[in-house]
Design a protein around this ligand. Structure first.
Ligand code: NAD
Length: 510
């Protein structure tokens, strides 16, 4: 176990650990005098205090990255590959420890936390193929004696700002391709669950990554604004809620940066009357309540078409009492607490709001939440939800699943297409023709056919449409490589001294 992991065991309960920045290959205690609490949501108790960076501290990280970039970009592709294989191995060996950090600070159950690390690891594995990914094009004899070729080069210092709900995987979506492409990276993780990022920094150092190539600064809006406005940061990747994603996009682009800013979601799962209802009910329960609904790809709205509704609602209702809610460290827990008390209370308030707006409360999670101080809420199900209700419109981001009933496929697709978000969507049907039409019709970035959470594998790219993404390029996969590099085209002539002569005309291609 590393130094940080060592301090960070559940037995330390009662004591509050200080969580510091990671700059230029070492832990750096914050000097700003500002910090924030980190909780163990299962205990409802504070376990950490995380330093909040000042503008000067963000600058120190950027300057370290800037210095490191100059030599990192010269490291050969074969050495980078070798290093990424070591990183892959270390993250794999320590995946259980990383998962524990997630469970202890985020609250998700350990099996889910391990799943998160595994999906992040896939992105690191993809980056082990960096020589192949950075290959350019070559055109011999584009004109007589002239060859043309393209190369992709890193941008310089790039930054990532990440949300609380995937404290390991989302940073991996960013730093792995950014660093593999030859950039130096500054991460501003969520202040709610920051420890996994510092632990990752230790692992990267142990793998042999040069100091300064990966830095972590913690904090709030002060740190984020310092990143967005910093003249030495070339690009910003952001994942979080839509209002902040829009703000990040507008501010960082106004400061001349390349930006990909992924926002919130309201993911619909459409169930047609011909669907396998048992399969759809299993999928709805796992995609609606997994990670306590705190996933940007969680299904939050079921759209039951025609005769599917009654059967679907009763199949889900049957399953709800079996969802075991408890501490993420308990092996039989299937759903943990929410991330903070405030967030739990906000999510719970939507149950009353739904009732007031005319929805039918089929299950009220407040009645089934475990006792104690943990930030728990049981599973909730709202039927007869209508599109004009707040419980339909808002991203609740908790274990509250809504059902809306429509008569036709066209109505269901219209609901999805008119929604301001466009992250994920799923269709449950046995009809291949309808599914094919759906993939053509639907306005969302990630589509599942009988798959409720269609997070793309690491060799495709992840991103939504509409208010779920500001910017052009999706994260990781081929678009991630494109985001973290810029193209250059070289036109070269090696003159034959026998035939060369001065030509002052405009370059011709024939
Ligand atoms: P958030 O927007 O509150 O925070 C995200 C990041 O922005 C954090 O690092 C936070 O410190 C920073 N931040 C918060 N308020 C800020 C402000 N006023 N100014 C500047 N920076 C600020 O999001 P969250 O609550 O941590 O995460 C949940 C949200 O993230 C949900 O909306 C979810 O849908 C979304 N999300 C989206 C995706 C996706 O891929 N589209 C993935 C995961 C999460």
């Amino acid at each position: 176990m590393t130094e940080i992991a060592d301090q960070f065991t559940e037995e330390r309960s009662g004591e509050v650990t200080r969580i510091s920045h990671w700059i230029d290959g070492q832990r750096v205690e914050g000097q700003s005098g500002r910090s924030g609490p980190v909780y163990n949501p299962a205990l409802g108790a504070q376990t950490g205090e995380v330093d909040f960076a000042s503008v000067e501290e963000v600058d120190a990280a950027v300057q370290a990255a800037k210095r490191a970039f100059e030599s990192w970009r010269t490291v050969s592709l074969s050495r980078r590959t070798e290093l990424f294989f070591r990183i892959r191995q270390l993250v794999h060996e320590h995946s259980e420890e990383i998962a524990r950090f997630l469970t202890l600070e985020h609250g998700k159950v350990l099996s889910d936390a391990k799943g998160e690390v595994a999906r992040g690891l896939e992105v690191i594995e993809f980056c082990c193929g960096i020589p192949e990914l950075l290959k350019g094009e070559f055109s011999e004899q584009a004109s007589t004696g002239i060859d043309v070729y393209s190369i992709r080069q890193p941008l310089g210092v790039v930054a990532g700002i990440t949300p609380f709900n995937f404290p390991a995987m989302v940073p991996m979506w960013m730093w792995a391709p950014a660093i593999a492409c030859g950039n130096a990276f500054v991460l501003k993780p969520s202040e709610k669950d920051p420890s996994a990022s510092v632990f990752t920094a230790e692992l990267l150092k142990e793998a042999g990554l040069p100091d300064g190539v990966f830095n972590v600064v913690h904090g709030d809006k002060v740190a984020v604004d310092a990143v967005l406005e910093h003249p030495d940061i070339a690009a910003v990747s952001f994942v979080g809620s839509t209002p902040i994603a829009r703000y990040v996009y507008e501010t960082a682009t106004a400061h001349g940066k390349r930006v990909q800013a992924l926002g919130g979601a309201k993911n619909h799962m459409i169930v047609l009357p011909d669907a396998d209802i048992e399969m759809a009910a299993d999928a709805a329960v796992s995609a609606g309540y997994g990670s306590a609904g705190e996933r940007c790809m969680a299904v939050s709205m079921l759209v039951a078409v025609g005769g599917a509704a009654d059967e679907l609602v009763s199949a889900i209702q049957e399953r709800l009492p079996k969802v075991k809610v408890g501490s993420g460290l308990e092996p039989d827990s299937e759903m943990g607490p929410l991330v903070t008390r405030e967030h739990r209370d906000k999510v719970a308030s939507y149950i009353d709001r739904g009732r007031e707006e005319g929805a039918t409360v089929v299950a009220d999670g407040r009645e089934t939440a475990p006792d104690g101080d943990g930030f728990y809420l049981g599973v909730s199900l709202l039927d007869d939800v209508r599109p004009e209700m707040d419980v339909y419109k808002d991203e609740i981001f908790g274990p509250v699943l809504g059902v809306t009933r429509v008569d036709t496929y066209d109505e269901a697709v219209r609901l999805v297409n008119e929604n301001p978000y466009g992250n994920g969507v799923a269709l449950f049907t046995r009809d291949g023709g309808v599914a094919r039409q759906f993939q053509f019709d639907v306005k969302a970035g990630m589509v599942g056919v009988n798959v409720p959470i269609p997070v793309p594998v690491a060799y495709y790219s992840f991103g939504g449409w509409k208010s779920s993404l500001f910017g052009d390029l999706h994260v990781y996969g081929p678009e991630g490589i494109q985001f973290y590099t810029r193209g250059k085209v070289v036109t070269a002539r090696w003159p034959d001294p026998a035939t060369s002569k001065v030509d002052l005309g405009f370059p011709q291609t024939r």
